[in-house]
Design a binder for this molecule. Sequence first.
Ligand SMILES: *Cc1c(COP(=O)(O)O)cnc(C)c1O
Length: 431
Amino acid sequence: MNYYSLNKQSPIADFRQATIDGQAPDGGLYFPEKIPQHSAQWIKDLNKYSRAEIAFKVISSFTGNTIPEDILWSIVNETIDFPIPLIKVDKGIYILELFHGPTLAFKDVGARFMSRCLGYFAKEKSEKITVLVATSGDTGGAVASGFHNVDGVNVVILYPSGKVSTVQEKQLTTFGGNIQALEVKGNFDDCQKMVKEAFRDKELKEKIFLTSANSINVARWLPQQFYYFFALQQWKQKEAPVFSVPSGNFGNICAGIMAWKTGLPVKHFIAACNRNDVVSDYLHTGIYQPKTAVPTISNAMDVGNPSNFSRILELFHNNTDQLKDIFSSYTTSDDRTREVILDVYQNDDYLLDPHGAVGYDALLNWLSMNPNDSGIVLETAHPIKFLDTVEPLIQEQIEIPENIRNTMSKQKESILIGNNYEALRSFLLGN
Ligand SMILES: *Cc1c(COP(=O)(O)O)cnc(C)c1O
C-alpha cells in the first residue's frame, strides 16, 4: 500500500515512510492510494474469528510489506491486549467500552500500535527518533505509556497548562526516562500549531529526526478501525448500527468511515461534538471555518481545527452530499452533558465520562427521530479520568483503579514554556 499527501506536493510513501514522517514533507496528511475491500462472507463471519485475527487482517492491507507477518502479528496482539466489550445500556443503546487499556482511554490502541511499529522501524535507523506530540488531554498519556522504554525513540509532549484533568496531567508527566512533558502557557490549538511549525522547519529537521504521534500519523489513525470491527463482531441485531463517536480531531470517526468503506455494515455515523463544532457549521453552511478552541468538560474534544476532517472529505472526494448521507454531527453543551451523566447513572446504572455522555446525547437525539434504529456509543474514556467533573455530579466517590492510584502518587515533572514556536524550537535544540 502506498500513501499520498493530501497537499499533493510530496512523493508517494509506503507505510514505513509515512509512519516515520508523520506528516508529509509538504505539510499534508498521508492518505492510502487504495481502499482495501473485505469480502461480504468474511464480514458475515466476524464472530468466528479472534480479535487478533480480525485486527491483523484489517491492518495488514495497510502496512503492506513494510512489516514481516510474524512481527505484525505480535504487534497486533500487544496492541489489543485488553477487552473491548459491547454493553447494552437501554433500548436501542449500546456502549462500546474503549477504556480498558493502560491509560483508560481509547487512544491506547493507536498509541500502542504506532509505538511498536516505530520501534521496529527505528531498529533499521542509526539516528534517534524524536516523537513530538500535542495533546488536548488523552493523547499524551497514551503516547507516553505506549512509547515508554521503546529503544531509539524519545518523546516530547506538549500540553495546555491548566486545561487537562488531574489524572491526565499525572499520566503524561510522571514516566520520566525517554518521555518529556512541556507545559504550554496556552490552549491545545497553540500546542498543535507549535508542533506543526516544527515539522515545517527544515533547518530543525536537519538536526533532529522528528515524527508525530498525533492522529495525523497513519500508524495511529488506521488501527482505530479495529473498534468498529470488534463492535460488529459482538453485534447481534439484524440492522446495521448507528455509531455515535465523541469527536475532537476526528481521527477516530474517520477510521470508522474507512472501515465502512472497506465493507463493514454501518447505518450512520454521528460526530458527537461539544461546543467546538466547526464541522457542524461546515455541514450547514458548506464553509469550513476553523475557530479558536473553547474549554469544555469534555476537554479531549476541545479542538477548533480538526486535522482529520480533510481525510474525511477525501474519502468522499469532497462530495459533501455523499458525505451527508452517512455522516452527520450533533452538538451538546456542558450543562446537557452533566444532565446526561446523571440521568444515565440514575436510570440505567451506567456511569459515563463526559466524552461518552456527549456521544450518548447525540445518539439519543438520533433515536428520537429514528426510533427503530439501534446505535453504539463509543465510550472513549473511563469516568475516573474526569473525577473532578463526575464525582460532584453523582455525589459518590468513584473507585480508583490500581494503576491510576500508582500514577497519582508520583511526582509531576514538566517544563513550563510559552505558547510560541521559538520556545519549542530552543527547547528541542538544547535537548
Ligand atoms: C481524543 C479523544 C476524543 C476525540 O477523538 P478524535 O479521534 O480526536 O476525534 C474523544 N474522547 C476522548 C476521551 C479522547 O481522549
